[in-house]
Design a protein around this ligand. Structure first.
Ligand code: AMP
Length: 217
């Protein structure tokens, strides 16, 4: 059983790296942001409660986040373990998490704020299948259309300069202290998030003492 946390500022590749880590290790990827986005897109009651907060780049309340995380982990579909990204984001969430679960490793993806801005403001998303694109490094084959399903790409509502500024501020103020908390109990590995995704994944595998990553051709 392997339980990992991937932390990092927006645009650092948390989602991509968590998914790569899960793929050939049979781990379940849990993204709290994706769960909230799913609710917003489907206009659920929870979605209505978090939509405005998310669009402004602010953090959803801890009680709601803890319920979502607990419900997700209570599904116990993670026989070989899980990778959770986007959580915990502040001291209270970290304490709740550490009381309930033993964590095998924490990856902290490091990216300078300038690079965060560059990446996030060029990010596009397929609202249908969830595929991520980047107009600088990972353009879709047909402009504005998803390569997989052809749906028109959108900009995440919270990928605006204003929302990004709020998220960067929150990250530095609230999320960084989580690393200090984890650092006392768990092993935190700092990983440079600037190289290409495959290279970053290789560093993550090395840091966690896992077999090397073999990208599929
Ligand atoms: P992400 O995809 O991780 O950037 O999350 C998108 C948005 O979902 C964040 O800007 C928050 O509004 C909300 N969110 C995701 N995870 C958390 C969390 N652990 N605590 C509070 N809000 C969260």
């Amino acid at each position: 059983m392997r339980k990992y946390v991937v932390m990092g500022v927006q645009g650092s590749g948390k989602g991509t790296q968590s998914q790569l880590l899960c793929d050939d290790l049979d781990l379940v990827h849990i993204s709290v942001g994706d769960i909230f986005r799913w609710h917003v897109q489907r206009h659920t009651k929870l979605g209505a409660q978090v939509r405005r907060i998310m669009n402004a780049g602010e953090l959803v309340g801890d009680d709601m986040v803890e319920t979502v995380v607990r419900d997700r982990l209570d599904q116990h579909d993670w026989n070989f373990g899980f990778v959770i990204d986007g959580f915990p984001r502040n001291g209270r969430q970290a304490e709740f998490f550490m009381e309930s679960y033993d964590i095998d490793g924490v990856i902290h993806l490091e990216l300078p704020d300038d690079e965060v801005r560059r990446r996030v403001l060029s990010r596009r998303l397929c609202p249908n299948c969830g595929m991520d694109y980047n107009l600088i490094a990972d353009r879709p084959e047909v402009e504005g259309r998803c390569d997989i399903c052809g749906t028109e790409l959108i900009t995440r509502a919270d990928d605006t300069p204003e929302a990004l500024a709020a998220r960067l501020r929150d990250y530095h103020e609230k999320t960084r202290p989580v690393l200090e908390l984890f650092g006392r109990k768990e092993v935190v590995h700092d990983v440079d998030a600037r190289p290409a995704p495959d290279e970053v994944q290789q560093s993550i595998r090395k840091a966690l003492g896992l077999p090397a990553y073999a990208p599929s051709a």
